[in-house]
Design a protein around this ligand. Structure first.
Ligand SMILES: [Fe+2]
Length: 160
């Protein structure tokens, strides 16, 4: 019989806790971003409908991929993540979207606010993970790059 003690993960409990503390808000905000992108996708009205309608689906899909990656990073280090819908509703920092149909300028400004709240949480994670776990920081950096790109695509619809 093998009597060697096997650690559950390759990192210390302190590292795992720090990563969970910083990536959990990112997971929750990305879930809110993904759900609100669909809400905007359905309720968009006005100019450039098709382009923006389709792009909001891209935002939705990119956010899903990103939150799955962030959540699995936490779990890979041995801790659970609380991304239950009630917790996301209570703890995400993305603003509430208006109810019902929205003109495209409203959709863009509302969704930019969703991005800004999400990006702020990712930036905090990047800064603080520098001293905790560089592999997890790398996950946050990749998410940040995608969010910055999607925010640029959205902002460019304003034509400003
Ligand atoms: Fe659709």
């Amino acid at each position: 019989m093998n009597t060697k003690t096997v650690a559950a993960t390759a990192v210390s409990p302190d590292v795992a806790a720090g990563v969970a503390q910083l990536l959990t808000p990112v997971v929750r905000n990305l879930i809110a971003l993904s759900v609100n992108a669909k809400q905007a996708h359905w309720h968009l009205r006005g100019a450039n409908f098709v382009g923006l309608h389709e792009f909001l689906d891209t935002v939705h899909e990119n956010a899903i991929e990103a939150y799955d990656t962030a959540a699995e990073r936490i779990v890979a280090l041995g801790l659970p993540v609380d991304a239950r819908i009630a917790t996301v509703a209570a703890e995400s920092t993305t603003p509430s979207l208006p109810e019902g149909f929205m003109q495209y300028e409203t959709v863009i400004t509302e969704m930019l606010a969703q991005f800004d709240a999400t990006i702020a949480s990712v930036r905090t994670a990047i800064d603080q993970l520098d001293d905790i776990d560089l592999a997890s920081q790398d996950v946050a950096i990749a998410i940040s790059q995608q969010l910055d790109k999607d925010r640029w695509f959205l902002y460019s619809h304003l034509g400003a």
